[in-house]
Design a protein around this ligand. Sequence first.
Ligand code: FHN
Length: 443
Amino acid sequence: MKLQRLFSTVFIIAMFASVGLKAQEGYIPTQENLDNREWFQDNKYGLFVHWGVYSIMGGGGDQGIAEWIMDHKNIPVGQYEKLPAAFNPTQFDPAEWVSMVKKAGMKYITITSKHHDGFAMYDSRVSDYNVVDATPYGKDILGMLKKECDKQGIKLFFYHSQLDWHHPDYFPIGRTGTKIEGRTQSGDFNTYIDYMNTQLSELLTQYGEIGGIWFDGMWDKPDADWRLAETYALIHKHQPGALIGSNHHKMPYPGEDFMMFERDLPGENSMGFNKTGISDHVPLEMCETMNGSWGFNIVDQNYKSVDRLIKTMVRAAGYGANFLLNTGPMSNGKIQPENVDTLMAIGQWLETYGDAIYGTRKGPVRPQEWGATTTKGNVVYVHVLDHKGGKLEIPGMESKVKSAVFFDDGSSAEVKKTKKGVVITLPAEKLKPIDTIVVLTMK
Ligand code: FHN
């Protein structure tokens, strides 16, 4: 029996390895791509936008669902196809969105070009199931947003769902949407992949230079041949600098340029599906919701506090990871006021403390209960997030400290070298409500 289990384990590892290896074996990022990876790591903070016709339903009165409503409420395909006729976001103002993003201290936007419902939020020529052809609004939302992003110097990434509950060739169907009436009973998965690759080509050729593609949904059919090598090569051919990431909850496959963690800090697994390690050869990004939903949810008032979100962003930076904070716009095109308020408060914090986040990389010690460290050149920012004051011992800080000051007022901070690392004295009056930053200049 043991031998049999050993063989099956080896086979499963080999299978995943083969998918991984086939992704884009031998991929060598161009200098443009490497430069973009540096840009990505320097700029640290982006807005995640989950927006589609599902926003009309506002989650259907249930907590925690919004963009999944077609699946959770088993809405038949023919019925769901009635939603676009009611999608008319006349108050959508890309200038307002992008100006808000800049004021929030965010440097990029990652928006859903297509989510699992298969509805394209841009002018697709390969399917009429899109915001231009199927809604009274009739405008190319992604095109409008991209134009404004270019004008205001904000990078735009596209979240693209590989999983599709609507397309007739997404067959055999996967683990989700199994009870949606009207889903295809036949079809050719390769034809679907061809369709997906065509839509990706549209996104990569119709809107100028984009930041990258944020894939999601491979977990729906983990054993399928997603022909990743072809898709990744296509993206890198059209736009060598575009960063590819995929939310498959595995270590990055060849061809992927960054690794994301959903609702967990890198290496943590409060969500139960973040079981991987942390890649040390591609940039990292952590994404999080402001309440409990990605898409707009009318009853989900479980908003995370500003303090909590800032501390998460700081801890993510302590791992060298970006923070992608999500909003689900309403069907009228407005971003809900609670989210705007939170984003403005975080933006205000960044106005004061942004130097300790932007342009930094992970610090010399990984995040701890008490806080995190980030580093820039020969400076280490010690972010004290949870400490009552007095002595803070930080083992593992090997280098010698030349000087130490409090970020807020530049006053000297007492730092002693010990055999294990350093001890910083934190007088109670120096403690800040969210993040007390001590700036160490290393020898
Ligand atoms: O199913 C999606 C979900 O709707 C949302 O897009 C998140 C964002 O990271 N990703 C998947 C859930 O893991």
